[in-house]
Structures are given as structure tokens and as C-alpha cells.
Write a protein that binds this ligand. Structure first.
Ligand code: BES
Ligand code: ZN
Ligand code: ZN
Length: 519
């Protein structure tokens, strides 16, 4: 994996003494002040604002070179460049205030890249209406997410070697220094985990196989206090996991069920996370059309999100819950031994399934993992994350993740977490009228409806068969795992979606009252 670590430090001297490449101030639209009063920077900003060229609009950026300006105001500023970044209008809701800081962080990363800055000092806005921890967190998160590159497979150009930001420094900007420091650390952990998920996703099918999921989890287990268990093909056979084994039949790569356990206290409830780890989805015998098939290396983004979330959870700590993560991992290929339409498989626990379409394979591997995870770990709540259906892109496009589930409280907790972190979720219904579409004449259930109507919902109905009464939420990230809403901190390619939502949701965990179960 590429090592892109940026050193992040706290800077406790006067920002004007910073002699690095880029000194950054954030400015809200209509507010004539960037830093603590008394700094020459504010006089400089006043001059810039007077030109009318920089108002502090969202994502607006203005670079100036103090050494070249020669005004009184610029004197005493040691940095090579000063960058003013706009935060937009101040009068919005709290989630939008968080998002505006992440966007500003992404803008700073872009500007730093454009001037090949290696050392950046960021001064947070003093009068910004958000808790100081969150100010530090959102800025750091946005910056590191915006600074992401994946160039493992590119040869560096000799005449133009890539320059990367090596040190990000954060000043307290007049806020409580310990709070800003704490936020900085949270932001770093969350962004690094999200970038780890992006790295896994960017790897091609021949660079990230089911065995790589197993290796990654083992390494994570070794260097942290996560317990790692890897179930291999023999174990899956003993456990009769016909879904994972069936999908794997056409592949030369052995399948795995990867398990990571984060334990706090036996008395605490357990939350089960399950991520689809399909390292390449050709559709199998029900082959996908060739155009765009290369994107199906991203069919493991759910698994990546779940493993990366565990990486962040162990660093940040979620003291009120135990967390178990399961990633069923295989390829879906065609071949002499591959699963065929019409075949019947038997899932873990005994339920039989008639295969109508071998391209509806995600639900087959998730079904085994859900049934096994629920029986083994008896979780109080379950979340699965999967690039499950093309239909969710038809319904919601690339801007909202589809959410379906059997419990309003749990669905609300996820929706709130997604809104807080800038990964919006939209709930779709479930119900017997949809479930009927996957009734099979000769097996307990079939893996696809006879028409494509309500495809995201019928896929979730399939999964629902394997969760029983346990509060469960399914996130269909097929539209958002890559090509997600263009933002300064979301690159083209995989977004790493889900990692920050999962961690945030677990940090804000509220016990689910069983009386309110629905659907
Ligand atoms: N991995 C795909 C879903 C997908 C499609 C993700 C496009 C991202 C972009 C999944 O395995 C699949 O092929 N689903 C089928 C189900 C159908 C055959 C019932 C689909 O959505 O077409
Ligand atoms: Zn498929
Ligand atoms: Zn798939």
C-alpha cells in the first residue's frame, strides 16, 4: 500500500513567525476578520477584500506572496505564501457548518498541491459557530481526504517529481488548544482510515484479492487489540456456507470470511458490521456487458469500509459497544465450475435459494455472513454495507446512499450519522408486497425478481430473510462508493464512503428500545 502519511502537528507560536510554504486563514463571507485581532494579517485581508476579488465565498481561494507585496501589513509575515480560503455565509445549520470546514480543508489541499507546498500552517477561524474539537476535526479530515492520491502503479516523472505536503500544522486560532489538538487527532484517524479504504478499492482485481482482505485484517489484528479470525474454504465448507462457496465456484482465488472483533465489556451490546467483499464482479454466467466492467473491481467497497472502520474504531475507541466486523470475500467469475442460473444453493442455517441471475451474487455472500454473524455473536444491532444494486443509482443517483432496514430507531441513528459526516443516506421502504417478487416455486427464496422493478428493495428483502428480528440496516453504496458527489475532499474514483458514517454512528450509539421495532 502507498505510504502517504502527512505529519500532523500543533503549532503554538505566532502564525506570523511560520516560515513554511503556505500560511492559511479561513474567512467567512461578510466577516472582515481572519485571525485574532492585532495581527497584521487582518489588515492584509482588509486590503484584499477592498479589491472585491475575495469575499469569503464557499471554496473561494486567494493566494498572495507577502515578500512580493511590500505593504506594511505584509511585513512581519515570514511564510512564503498566504492563502485565504472562503467558508461561505455563516448562517446555516450545524451539519452544513461541519461540511463547510471539510470543504475548506479540501480546497487547502488542492491549493497546496498547485503551489507544491510541503509545509502548511492552518489557522482555524476564531468566531466560527462550532465546537473547537469539531473545528479541528473537520479541517484536518477535509485536508487529508482532499490530499489523497493513488499513484502506486504510475512511474514518477523524472523531470517533474510529485511534491506532496509533508507537514500539516494547526494553530489554535484563539480556541482552546487542547480541544483543537483532540480534533486534529480525530480527523487524522478518520481520514487515514477512509484513505485506507480508498487504497483497497483503487487496487485492481489482480492487486486486491480475497486473500488480501484476510492479510489486511490479520495485520490489523497484530498491531491493535482486535481479534482476527480467518475462515478459509475448508471452514466455509464445514459451516455449509453455500452462498460464499457458490459464488466462488467460478474463481481460481479461494474465498475467505474475515472476522475482526473489538471488545470493550461483556456487558456492552454488540454491533455487527458486514461488508460485501466482492473483489471482482464479472456477473458470472449471467455476464455483465463489457462497457464499464472494469469498475467492478470496486465491488469490494463495502468490505473495505467495514475493515477501515474497525481500524479507526480501535484508535478512537467506542467504549459503549463491542463491535464485530465480517467480510465475506470472493470473486464472481464464470467458468466450467461456475454457478448457473437455475442452480439451487443452501445458505448457512439451511435456507435454500434458487439462482435466477448469477450477477445477483452480493446478497448470496452477505446472507451467509449475516446469518452466521447473528447466530454466533448475538448482536443487538446489525449494519451491512454493500455495492449491491445498479437500481439504487437509477433511484438516487450518486448523491445519496440507499438505506433500508427493519427498525426505525436504528435507521434514524444511521441517517443522523451520515448527515453529520457529509455522507447522506435516504431510506427506501421494505414490505411483503416487494418480498413476494422473490418467492421461488422450488426453493425457499430466489435471488432475483422476474422483473427489475424495485431492484434495491427486493435485494434488501432477500437480506432481511437472514436477519430475523435483530435491528438491521442495509446501506446500498453502489451509487456512492465511487463517482460520489464531486467535492473538494472527494476525489474521482473511490470515495471511501461508509467509514466515517459507521464510526460516527458507533461513537454516538444509543441503545435500541425493542418496543419500537417496526416493519
Ligand atoms: N455489483 C453489482 C451492483 C452494481 C452495479 C454496483 C453497478 C455498482 C454499479 C451487483 O452484484 C449486481 O450486479 N446486481 C444486479 C442485480 C440484478 C441481477 C438482480 C444489478 O444491479 O443489476
Ligand atoms: Zn453482480
Ligand atoms: Zn456485485
Amino acid at each position: 500500500m502507498p505510504d502517504q502519511t502527512v505529519t500532523i502537528e500543533f503549532f503554538d507560536q505566532e502564525p506570523s513567525t511560520f516560515a513554511g510554504d503556505l500560511l492559511v486563514f479561513l474567512v467567512e463571507e461578510g466577516i472582515p476578520q481572519a485571525a485574532e485581532s492585532g495581527m497584521g494579517i487582518n489588515r492584509l485581508l482588509a486590503k484584499v477584500q477592498a479589491t472585491g476579488d475575495f469575499k469569503g465565498e464557499k471554496d473561494q481561494a486567494f493566494v498572495l506572496y507577502p515578500g512580493l507585496v511590500g505593504t506594511d501589513a505584509a511585513q512581519g509575515v515570514a511564510a512564503k505564501r498566504v492563502l485565504f480560503v472562503g467558508l461561505g455565509k455563516p448562517d446555516e445549520a450545524i451539519n452544513s457548518r461541519r461540511e463547510r470546514l471539510r470543504l475548506a480543508g479540501g480546497t487547502i489541499a488542492k491549493q497546496a498541491g498547485a503551489v507544491k507546498a510541503k509545509e502548511v500552517l492552518l489557522v482555524p477561524p476564531k468566531e466560527y459557530l462550532l465546537d473547537a474539537v469539531e473545528i479541528g476535526q473537520c479541517l484536518c479530515e477535509g485536508f487529508l481526504l482532499g490530499n489523497y492520491r493513488f499513484d502506486l502503479y504510475k512511474q514518477p516523472k523524472e523531470d517533474d517529481p510529485p511534491v506532496r505536503v509533508e507537514r500539516l500544522l494547526l494553530h489554535d486560532g484563539g480556541l482552546a488548544a487542547s480541544a483543537v489538538r483532540k480534533g486534529l487527532e480525530l480527523g487524522r484517524i478518520l481520514a487515514e482510515a477512509t484513505c485506507a479504504a480508498r487504497d483497497m478499492a483503487n487496487q485492481p482485481g489482480n492487486g486486491w484479492t480475497p486473500a488480501d482482505f484476510a492479510e489486511y485484517a490479520k495485520k490489523l489484528g497484530k498491531k491493535s487489540r482486535l481479534k482476527c479470525t480467518i475462515l478459509d474454504k475448508g471452514d466455509l465448507q464445514k459451516l455449509r456456507m453455500g452462498g460464499i462457496l457458490g459464488v466462488n465456484q467460478g474463481s481460481a482465488q479461494p474465498p475467505f470470511l474475515v472476522i475482526l472483533e473489538y471488545k470493550t465489556n461483556k456487558k456492552n451490546p454488540t454491533v455487527l458490521l458486514v461488508g460485501k467483499g466482492l473483489t471482482f464482479d464479472s456477473g458470472g454466467i449471467s455476464a455483465k456487458p463489457p462497457a464499464g466492467m472494469e469498475d467492478m473491481k470496486y465491488d469490494m467497497c463495502g468490505g473495505a469500509a467495514v475493515l477501515a472502520a474497525m481500524q479507526a474504531i480501535v484508535e478512537i475507541g467506542v467504549p459503549e459497544v463491542n463491535v464485530v466486523a465480517l467480510v465475506p470475500a470472493t470473486e464472481n467469475l464464470s467458468g466450467a465450475a461456475a454457478l448457473k442460473p437455475g442452480d439451487i444453493i443452501r445458505h448457512y442455517g439451511g435456507k435454500s435459494s434458487e439462482i435466477i441471475n448469477t450477477d445477483a451474487e452480493g446478497r448470496l455472500i452477505l446472507a451467509d455472513a449475516l446469518a452466521y454473524g447473528i447466530e454466533t455473536y448475538k448482536p443487538q444491532a446489525v449494519i451491512d454495507v454493500a455495492t449491491l444494486t445498479g437500481a439504487v443509482i437509477i433511484g438516487l443517483g450518486h448523491h445519496y446512499t440507499g438505506l433500508l432496514g427493519n427498525n426505525d430507531q436504528w435507521a434514524d441513528q444511521l441517517t443522523e450519522a451520515g448527515a453529520r459526516v457529509g455522507e447522506p443516506l435516504w431510506r427506501l421502504p421494505l414490505g411483503p408486497e416487494y418480498r413476494k417478487q422473490i418467492d421461488s416455486r422450488i426453493a425457499d427464496i430466489k435471488n432475483a425478481g422476474s422483473d427489475r422493478s424495485g431492484g434495491t428493495i427486493t435485494a434488501a428483502c432477500y437480506l432481511q430473510e437472514f436477519v430475523g428480528e435483530t435491528p438491521w440496516v442495509h446501506l446500498d453504496i453502489a451509487g456512492t462508493a465511487w463517482d460520489f458527489t464531486e467535492k473538494t475532499y472527494i476525489p474521482k474514483g473511490p470515495s471511501g464512503i461508509g467509514v466515517r458514517t459507521l464510526v460516527d454512528c458507533l461513537r454516538q450509539w444509543r441503545p435500541i428500545q425493542s418496543a419500537d421495532k417496526n416493519q
